[in-house]
Design a protein around this ligand. Sequence first.
Ligand code: GLC
Length: 571
Amino acid sequence: EGRITTLMQRMTLRQKLGQLIQADITAIKPADLKRYPLGSILAGGNGGPYGNERADTATWVRLVGEFRAVSRRSGAGIPILFGVDAVHGHSNLPGATIFPHNIGLGAAHDPELIQRIGAVTAAELSGSGIDWTFAPTLAVPQDLRWGRSYEGYSAQPSLIAAYARALTLGLQGPITAGTPLPANKVAATAKHFVADGGTEGGKDQGDARMSEAELVAVHAAGYALAVETGVLAVMASFSSWNGVKAHGNRYLLTDVLKGRMGFDGLVVGDWNGHGQLPGCTPTDCALTINAGLDLVMAPDSWKGMFDSTLRHARRGTIPITRIDDAVRRVLRVKAQLGLLDPAPMERGDPARVGTPDHLAVAREAVAKSLVLLKNNDGVLPIRPGARVLITGPGADDMAMQSGGWTVTWQGTDTTAADFPKGQTVGRAIAAAVRDAGGEAVIAADGAAAAKPDVAIVVFGEQPYAEFQGDVPDLAFRPLAGEAELIARLKAQGIKAISVFLSGRPLFVPKLINASDAFVAAWLPGSQGQGVADVLVARRDGTPARDFTGRLPFAWPADARSPITAPLWPVG
Ligand code: GLC
């Protein structure tokens, strides 16, 4: 605190205000920091180093290094904080370890695994020079029509609380006052504060209408544990509570989070979320800073935001006491990351990205995420020596099994080349069948030369992120004749095992009824081998791992939402 006070005493008003604004790499160059001494840079969902969304680790290190170098040489010489959405591993980076999305991790019911996932993610982020991730998401989705349901771990607040602590610890390590985090740890962000998963109809950025008692009991469950564990950042939600946007809610951001809960890190905004406030625009909003936001995420609006905030500061519409409190919070996080040291901490080691030990953690997580919903006549695990057809639109599709927030924002345009260390579910199953002495054919259209003993049909949702995943009801919308495919197989007397790739439970009765076995695989990420470890028996007849996953959300018995009478309850 003393060092921060000394630093602040020699900072100009411009230098202080710069610390309260964050720009996106698609809208700022390192040289801009000479004139605009901003405190933080982010690489949002859509964008990569020098315009390349598939840049490699060394290129990330170079980009972050350039911003850091200019920030240290100009103004008060305070290095920038660099943040990304590493929400299921360092998912911006091809070759990084991509974990199952949170809904699958919720099915695993394993906080110790979550802590290891945090540690792997932090090692790979810092290996890229990055020191901050906008994770964990602590949403408690109540209506699965929400396009971000898969970013929630579970409908159970108690699990969210356990995971909040585990992931924060994994990413940051324990906080020791006055001692910076080690070079392989990064700052975590509890998001989106608060009740992002409780909006009417599951509408993304919508309005959560409820009593404060319900807000606390359900939606704030993870924040108390995250704050207690020392989470360094909290991100304000786009959504509203009883009609008031979180970005402008002084009661929640200041009185509750900072006052009652004692949060002493920084509150960051979400992607121009301040611009949605009454009387505000993306380039002008005193209200959000006065409400308690400390760092405004002004991706492409940072220049206007800087100039308007300077005017507000000079006029006193933003009190200097509020500005100083926000600056102190930002500098406190930087001090905790070792960025204020005379020789600022240079993070990590590029060689730590996608290592075998990291991939093994993801493979374990995939296996633990699978939920067995049906298994007639013990058709699973697949016997050694079986002849297997692997088919369906998801059989050999890394995009479908990884979902949104993967290499690109929506995750819709990725290919196997973007996952050099991964394998699709289909290829992993084929390899495991052959290792056990069987035969395997992958044919997305279901055609096979010789009649197979069993067919694995992999299908589900196409990738989506945020509001692009909002749906009117929970009915599954087949992509490419999945029902006809399974019917054809059954007509030939071939047993059908369905593997369902989805960001949420969906109403899919015909396909469940037609299948001999049905597995909820969620969005497993790059390590398809984790699916094979459970579905395919080895030569000795036993699978590498058994099913242990339990439903993190109830499975719907019809297309209506919220779910009233589930087909299968929360596990
Ligand atoms: C997005 C998301 C938020 C993310 C931020 C930066 O709009 O709402 O979760 O951290 O922008 O990409």
